[in-house]
Design a protein around this ligand. Structure first.
Ligand SMILES: [Zn+2]
Length: 238
């Protein structure tokens, strides 16, 4: 089975993700947005360093929801981010990720027109092979609850409950992220899905204390025979 990972926004903690991936011989695609998203952003030197070790993809200039801006702004944000990254790295930028996973028809068209080879959504737990709607499998995220006790606290479980039960993920595996993700990985292997794709935000691993669970999952995947580690772009050429 193919295994790939992707990391959104571009944050200095991306290097901790990169180090962990390399420890297990794995790779990732880091979708960087020029203006950053949560406070800190990567410098041009850091982007070049990341691009020399993994794939770097585009994630717009200013991280708007592409569903809410006019087509002209979509084009500026999308093709502008490709040109910007190519001028920083000196290499072709082939992949794009929609901020917040939001897109519409004109946004997809703008991604195609800009010359990207593919784009990643944020729709977990499906296996879409459409090159401009590439779906990840699971977000490295707090699960089953948000750590903030408000009315949206149960949202992570609520959002995925039906799909997870459809995959016969047992109830006791819903107790934490690690157990749930291992169960979905089992399902993916058993049902011969084409890939397993973890994605997330390095700043969120830091903020929610998820580094240990994340590394534990990498170890788990590493122990599975016949895994091939590839970038998001390579998913499209398999
Ligand atoms: Zn983002």
């Amino acid at each position: 089975m193919l295994f790939t990972t992707s990391w959104d926004d571009g944050h200095p903690h991306d290097f901790r993700v990169a180090d962990l991936l390399e420890k297990y011989g794995m790779t990732g695609t880091f979708y960087v947005c020029r203006d950053g998203q949560v406070g800190a952003k990567l410098t041009d030197d850091q982007i070049r360093a990341l691009a020399s070790r993994h794939e770097v993809g585009a994630h717009t200039i200013s991280h708007p929801s592409l569903r809410t801006v006019p087509a002209a702004v979509q084009r500026e944000e999308i093709s502008g981010s490709k040109k910007w990254l190519e001028s920083v790295t000196g290499a072709e930028c082939r992949m794009f990720a929609y901020p917040y996973g939001h897109y519409n028809e004109t946004a997809v068209e703008a991604v195609r027109e800009a010359g990207f080879r593919g784009a990643r959504t944020t729709q977990d737990l499906i296996w879409s092979t459409d090159q401009f709607h590439l779906s990840p499998t699971i977000q490295v995220h707090h699960f089953p609850f948000r750590p903030i006790p408000n009315r949206r606290c149960i949202q992570p479980l609520q959002t995925h409950y039906k799909s997870l039960r459809g995959m016969h993920v047992p109830l006791f595996a819903l107790r934490n992220w690690s157990a749930m993700t291992k169960a979905v990985f089992r399902y993916a292997v058993d049902t011969r899905q084409p890939w397993f794709h973890l994605w997330g935000h390095s700043w969120s691993l830091e903020r929610f204390g998820l580094w240990e669970q994340f590394e534990d999952m990498l170890k788990h995947i590493h122990a599975q025979p016949d895994m091939t580690y590839i970038t998001n772009r390579e998913l499209l050429t398999r």
